[in-house]
Design a binder for this molecule. Structure first.
Ligand SMILES: C[S@@+](CC[C@H](N)C(=O)[O-])C[C@H]1O[C@@H](n2cnc3c(N)ncnc32)[C@H](O)[C@@H]1O
Length: 257
């Protein structure tokens, strides 16, 4: 492996998706710094003895956080390049060579080496997750992915097939929808102007009710919303839901057995 950054002004620490603490006081400069909102996700304080899968890990902020919380094993998956995301065909053609961009696996590798991490990285799409491809995990984490998928319900079914106990899942929500909390609402499309339809690679903004209903369809009968929050520095709005595979799992995790 090539040499690793040793000072904060190393240009390789610029242009990340996640702000990641890399050790020796070095921190990547991410578009999103989740450190101030980490408590909004409902991640258990201790994951001691648990196996964890993180889906759509990006630069790895959450996978490293799961490792820090004592998980016995953490596996992180993401698609191998930007071209493997769910683009509409016309946008995929337009991407051309840019579709080979692999910045996040490179950032993940750098953070992994700098932190001395044991997280296992595998290239995989959420749609291909199954007990046969990755095995099953006590805890599954998936942040800011559903909004980018053409088939979020199919993805949830794949996620359910590899979740033993708990899924922690966050996606974009519209706070305006919360005025009618019993309505399973969703809006379609990137929520800001686009020069070309579909270039934002964002399809859905849910209400919390719709998000919970989709999880119920995917066989997560117990869902606990954690509260709408603004992803720093300036959005979008997100909601994390802790979903359980059954009532006994819920009771075990909340200590109500
Ligand atoms: C908005 S980023 C979210 C990163 C991180 N999960 C978080 O919450 O900060 C979306 C991530 O989803 C990944 N992704 C897109 N399509 C995917 C798919 N079909 N399967 C797995 N990951 C995917 C992208 O590569 C990217 O890392």
């Amino acid at each position: 492996m090539e040499s690793l950054p040793t000072s904060q002004d190393d240009p390789r620490l610029q242009g990340w998706y996640h702000t990641v603490e890399l050790g020796n006081g070095l921190v990547s400069k991410g578009i999103f710094d989740h450190r101030s909102v980490i408590d909004n996700y409902g991640i258990p304080a201790s994951l001691k003895g648990k196996t964890v899968l993180e889906i759509a890990t990006g630069d790895g902020f959450f996978a490293f956080e799961m490792e820090r919380r004592g998980a016995e094993k953490v596996v992180a998956v993401d698609v191998p390049s930007i071209g493997a995301c769910d683009w509409m065909p016309r946008m995929r053609t337009r991407l051309g060579d840019a579709s080979n961009n692999r910045s996040w696996p490179a950032h993940f590798r750098m953070a992994h080496a700098m932190r001395g991490s044991s997280v296992e990285y595998r290239p995989a799409s959420v749609y291909d997750l199954s007990p046969y491809t990755v095995g099953t995990f006590d805890v599954v984490f998936c942040g800011s992915l559903l909004l980018h998928l053409q088939n979020p319900l199919g993805a949830l079914a794949a996620i359910r097939s590899i979740t033993n106990e708990m899924l922690i899942i966050e996606t974009a929500v519209d706070p305006a929808f919360e005025a009618t909390p019993d309505q399973p609402l969703m809006s379609f499309g990137y929520p800001a102007p686009e020069k070309e339809a579909g270039e934002g690679n964002s399809y859905w903004v849910f209400s919390t009710c719709a998000f919970q209903k989709m999880l119920a369809y995917a066989d997560f009968p117990v869902t606990v919303p954690q509260g709408v929050f603004l992803l720093p520095p300036s959005g979008p709005w997100g909601q994390a839901i802790v979903a359980y595979t059954d009532e006994p799992a819920h009771q075990t995790w909340t200590g109500t057995t």
